[in-house]
Design a protein around this ligand. Sequence first.
Ligand code: GAL
Length: 326
Amino acid sequence: MKYIKYLGGFLLLTIICLPLLSQTKERWKDVNNEYINAHGGGVLFHNGLYYWFGEHRPENGFTTEVGVNCYASSDLQNWTHKGVALAVSEEPGSDIERGCIMERPKVIYNKKTGKFVMWFHLELKGQGYGPARAAVAVSDKPEGPYRFVRSGRVNPGIYPENMPEADRKLTWNMKKYKKWWTPEWYKAVNQGLFVKRDIEGGQMSRDMTLFVDDDGKAYHIYSSEENLTLHIAELTDDYLQHSGRYIRIFPGGHNEAPALFKKDNMYWMITSGCTGWDPNEARMFSASSIGGPWKQHPNPCRGQNSEKTFGGQSTFVLELPENRFI
Ligand code: GAL
């Protein structure tokens, strides 16, 4: 379902995940009177049209049987289904084989290459939420079809820029930290227990968003380290890879569903806590530089049911282009 709320000239578009639909009364339909099936998505404005990309979710279960759906609209209210922008593969063993899990797709436009670049959270077929991969696909047209490029963990072999030299040298006995949330465990997480565990294969990447800054640099923001810590990773100029530069923020803060935007030279981020498919209280952060330091603010939602994000969860903040309104 949808929640559209104004936020100081910005539009906060929260598209919540399917299992929460049962708690809502109304479902949004497209111009053909079909239910919009585009969860955890994001919106791209291109040549006068809004393109909404989201997870196609089946009636039952959590696996992806169709792919990433795309809808287009000129007024953000009436949406036309443009088809499946990135379809699952029928090829056994493909990273995006039918039955995998594709979540939180976001598309950005690369002015230099003229390509549309989609990143999403990918779990390989039959492996639950263990792989925790980031995946990328590319297209010449906003609505697709997108060509799958690759998936994997993020920045293997590379430490976050804001991880102190001393912490990089630490070695951990993972067996000692089986019990979570103890003071020793918190300290270890803070010092990069999971960064170190995953350094060779790359960092975990689940709930995610993309952000393009005014200088054209793009960032991938994702829940890493077992969903305990957010990472902000710079992409290469073509947006198809990670550049190797990244930071971690709020270690052990358990943030997911990141949605980032910039207003008056400040970076703002809305996230949620981690309670699976159940809604929780939204969180809000700001920074004057994307590389931090980031500061936490109180819950940005107000009014009835605001402590549960109105039954939803953040996924994307859409800035309305100048002189456009709905
Ligand atoms: C949620 C997350 C969703 C999905 C789900 C799986 O907390 O926001 O994107 O990953 O967990 O349980």
